[in-house]
Write a protein that binds this ligand. Structure first.
Ligand SMILES: NC(=O)c1ccc[n+]([C@@H]2O[C@H](COP(=O)([O-])OP(=O)(O)OC[C@H]3O[C@@H](n4cnc5c(N)ncnc54)[C@H](OP(=O)(O)O)[C@@H]3O)[C@@H](O)[C@H]2O)c1
Length: 239
């Protein structure tokens, strides 16, 4: 990673930024000088996160929104552009998990996971891309998972969403590379957040949200002539 590159003057929109990986990414990009637009559904938690970032000297605005809702996405993109400026970096991080044998799952669970983890990336990126295309610059980083590269019992709905996200990310990268926009996808292993119980795992050996934020920082500071299309992240020791 190029430690000397500053993101001063750039604007980053991070979805799912009220806690966990999204908040760590927002903090890291803010520390590098970017102005941050934070989005998540819970207004109170999101504002708390924004206050924490502002206390650390980062310019951060909270825009509560559900990324599965097209009308709410239009509003966060419009408000971000009006209040902070054009979006240089989009991190599609918001995600949920529902786990258990596929034959015991409901259609409602399928819809919730696929809409949050996959459809939202299409919707938010589609709302942001036209201005990036006009400006001939931008980074879009999608947070998938190693569950998007493997299969396991009880993972059917989540794996389907994250495998789908890898396919979507690759196609987005091809559609946008000629316009100067770099699309990358990050596949972390299990990360120490509130996302799922970590029964039987040593949390201190697990990936931390900051490890994913570090990968995002590396992606947005790449030399202009190339782009890293996919990153897989594993802990140094098995937790
Ligand atoms: N933790 C892991 O082990 C792990 C591993 C690999 C990949 N990932 C991926 O990394 C991403 C972040 O995970 P995390 O561990 O940080 O999870 P987390 O701690 O549960 O945080 C999820 C964030 O997404 C937001 N969110 C959920 N649904 C949303 C919606 N419909 N609209 C807007 N925001 C929404 C949540 O806020 P609200 O609930 O208030 O909306 C929260 O800010 C997810 O895509 C996840 O699949 C996680």
């Amino acid at each position: 990673m190029n430690q000397r590159v500053s993101l001063s003057g750039q604007v980053a929109l991070v979805t799912g930024a009220s806690r966990g990986i999204g908040l760590a990414i927002a903090r890291r990009l803010g520390e590098m000088g970017a102005h941050i637009s934070l989005c998540a559904r819970s207004k109170e938690k999101l504002e708390e996160a924004a206050v924490g970032l502002r206390t650390a000297g980062i310019e951060a605005l909270a825009f509560p929104a559900d990324v599965t809702r097209e009308d709410q996405i239009s509003s966060i993109v419009r408000n971000t552009q009006q209040q902070l400026g054009p979006i240089d970096i989009l991190v599609n991080n918001a995600g949920i998990g529902v786990f258990g044998p596929f034959h015991e799952q409901t259609v409602a669970s399928w819809d919730a996971v696929l809409e949050t983890n996959l459809k939202s990336v299409f919707l938010v990126s589609r709302a942001v891309a036209p201005k990036m295309i006009r400006r001939k610059t931008g980074h879009i980083i999608n947070i998938s998972s190693l569950a998007g590269k493997s299969t396991f019992a009880g993972g059917a709905i989540y794996c389907a969403s994250k495998w789908g996200l890898l396919g979507l990310s690759g196609c987005m990268a091809e559609d946008l590379r000629a316009h100067g926009i770099r699309v990358s996808v990050i596949c972390p292993g299990t990360v120490n957040t509130e996302f799922s119980p970590h029964t039987g795992k040593d949390a201190s050996k697990m990936l931390q949200p900051e490890d994913v934020a570090h990968a995002v920082a590396a992606l947005v500071t790449q030399a202009p002539g190339s782009f890293i299309s996919e990153v897989q992240i594993r802990p140094a020791q098995k937790p």
